[in-house]
Write a protein that binds this ligand. Sequence first.
Ligand SMILES: [Zn+2]
Length: 414
Amino acid sequence: MDKQHTDLVEDCVRKLQSGIALVDVCVTRGLMVQGGRGLVVQGGRGWCTTFCLGKKWYTNPVPPVPPNPVPPVPPPKLNIVIWARSESRAALAGEFKRIPPVLDDMAQVVGTHAPVVDEADERGLQKALAKGGACLVKTKSQGVGLLAAGSSAAHTTAALLVLEKSAKVYWEAELLGGAKPIKRREAWLMHLVYKRKYSQMESKAVHQTLEDFTRKIPADEMAARQAIIKTGLSLLEKNLVQGTWGNISLRLDEQFMLVTPSGLEYDLLTPFDIVRVNLHTQEYEGKLKPTSEKIIHAELLKSKPGVNCVIHSHPVNCSSFAAAHKPVVAPDEASRELLGGDATLAKYALPGSKRLAKNALAALKQSQACIMENHGMLVCGTSLDDALKKCETLERLAGSHIDGLVSEPQGRGN
Ligand SMILES: [Zn+2]
């Protein structure tokens, strides 16, 4: 295997391991099958292989014999497959037939649903992965696994992480009173838009430098840009954000806010990548686009004078409440004081839309934190640290509420 492929596999492993509750990730070393139609991966507990020859998919969780000689195949569209095992509650979703689109990010990355396929059902596996996709796989010897195929490592890794989260969220939302999936048509539309946007993003993952600015950035603004990056890294570290999802804004003055850019990894951001946006016109400076949720940030900063920072993210426990359309009750005085009461519920609207900003504004009229239906959460803070603390608290409250339900003897559906 050449260095390019080693780097690619190592990058996948790094991202997967920093994601949610993926235990025993099986990609530790990879070997591109000649012809580029698949990846043979080595797992922590032995070999797993999944590969495609011609139009046929093979998945094989036993010691493999790499196919030799490999028959010639046409130029590939799908050139990476990742198999991983989850020991989180996501594996419990294997009892369902399919995972519906419970979250926006699942609809975007995975599509209108993800099937649950038996490892022996070759046709089912082929169908699930034919155009690049993701599914849960029930195996005899390894429990429930996750399988994703795609044209690039970044996309396939994202699909796997999102599927694991969605499977867990679906199971937990059922526990919270019932999952309320996004309408199929909306999910399908989001998937189409994401695919188009993502293919553009992949070809132009650019960063900004000092030369991209026509003005001198004052020292206090540079410090604010650094502080936003530090908050982004804290969100990553505390598992409050995955991949390039989620966004942060900080009020600069009466006219401008600083926001995270669209589609860039938090750990690769430089101060020059943070985008200055006009709060009133939403015009932005530089060649990088601001987050697609800039309207929410601008509207909240404009309407709440004491608020200087807004964080939006999709952490897993809050996502379960989002999928069940449930607010998070703050159980004690300290958390009520911090969050401004219970975390309210913002009605569903398509991501990035004006309607979503309107719904978020309505939900946050009294409170400083809300759950966004089928999407994630939003918090308002007086500072970056205050908003970060609210994110942590809200996610912890959501998690302990779910854990309480799991430990109740009557179990699911109550
Ligand atoms: Zn979002």
